[in-house]
Design a protein around this ligand. Structure first.
Ligand SMILES: Cc1cc2nc3c(=O)[nH]c(=O)nc-3n(C[C@H](O)[C@H](O)[C@H](O)COP(=O)(O)O)c2cc1C
Length: 190
C-alpha cells in the first residue's frame, strides 16, 4: 500500500474546472490531490465560476485561483505561460463538452484553453455531461481526436445525472480520478 501523503509529492498539477453541474466536486479533488502531496493550481472557466466560488478552491488548494486571461500577474511573462511551463499535468475535471471541443480544435479564448495550448505537460480529461451531449457525434469525434493526440481520458460513470436523465456522462468518482492521477505518475517513474 502506498503512502497517500507522498504519492504526489513534488508534482505540480493544473486543475482545469469547467462549467458543469459537477464543478463542486473540484473542491474534493483538490483536497485529495493536495493531501497526496501535489501542488494544485486551479484554473476556472467563467462557467465554472457560476457553479462554485473561486474562494473555495483557493482555500483548499492554498494557491491563487486563476480565471481571467486578461488579469495577468505583474511579471514580464504572461501568467498563463509561466503556469503552463510549471505543470507536470493538466487535469480537467469536470470537463464540459464545450471545453473538449475547444481543446480538440485548438481554440484559446480563455485562460484554461490558452494554458492548454501553451503547456508541454500531458493532459488528462474527466468528462461530465448529459448522456446525449456525450453521445453526440461531435463530442465523440472531439474525444477521438484528443485520444489520437495521446490525451488521457477518465471515463465517466453511468448513473443518475443532475439533468434528470439516467445514463452515461456522470463525472468519474473523486476516488477514481485521484487514483488515476497517482497511477499515471507511478507509471511515469517506473
Ligand atoms: C445548470 C447547468 C448545468 C450544466 N452542466 C453541464 C455539464 O455537466 N456538462 C457540460 O458539458 N455542460 C454543462 N452545461 C453547459 C455548459 O455550462 C456550457 O456549455 C458552457 O458554455 C461551458 O463553458 P466552459 O466549458 O467554458 O466552462 C450546463 C449548463 C447549465 C446552465
Amino acid at each position: 500500500m502506498s503512502d497517500v501523503h507522498t504519492d504526489l509529492a513534488g508534482r505540480t498539477i493544473i486543475l482545469g474546472v469547467t462549467g458543469s453541474i459537477a464543478a463542486f466536486k473540484a473542491a474534493d479533488i483538490i483536497s485529495r490531490l493536495t493531501e497526496a502531496g501535489a501542488k494544485v493550481y486551479p484554473v476556472m472557466t467563467d462557467g465554472a465560476c457560476r457553479f462554485i466560488q473561486p474562494l473555495t478552491l483557493q482555500t483548499l488548494s492554498r494557491q491563487p485561483v486563476s480565471s481571467d486571461l486578461w488579469g495577468e500577474g505583474e511579471g514580464w511573462q504572461p501568467g498563463h505561460i509561466e503556469l503552463a511551463d510549471q505543470a507536470d499535468l493538466l487535469l480537467v475535471a469536470p470537463a464540459t463538452a464545450h471545453c473538449i471541443a475547444q481543446f480538440a480544435n485548438g481554440l484559446a479564448p480563455d485562460l484554461l484553453t490558452s494554458i492548454h495550448l501553451a503547456t508541454p505537460a500531458p493532459v488528462m480529461i474527466a468528462p461530465a455531461m448529459n448522456g446525449k451531449m456525450l453521445a453526440h457525434a461531435a463530442t465523440q469525434a472531439n474525444i477521438e481526436t484528443l485520444r489520437q493526440r495521446g490525451y488521457h481520458f477518465i471515463e465517466p460513470d453511468s448513473g443518475m445525472l443532475a439533468c434528470g436523465y439516467e445514463g452515461d456522462g456522470k463525472l468519474a468518482s473523486v476516488e477514481r480520478i485521484v487514483e488515476t492521477v497517482i497511477g499515471f505518475f507511478q507509471n511515469q517513474s517506473s
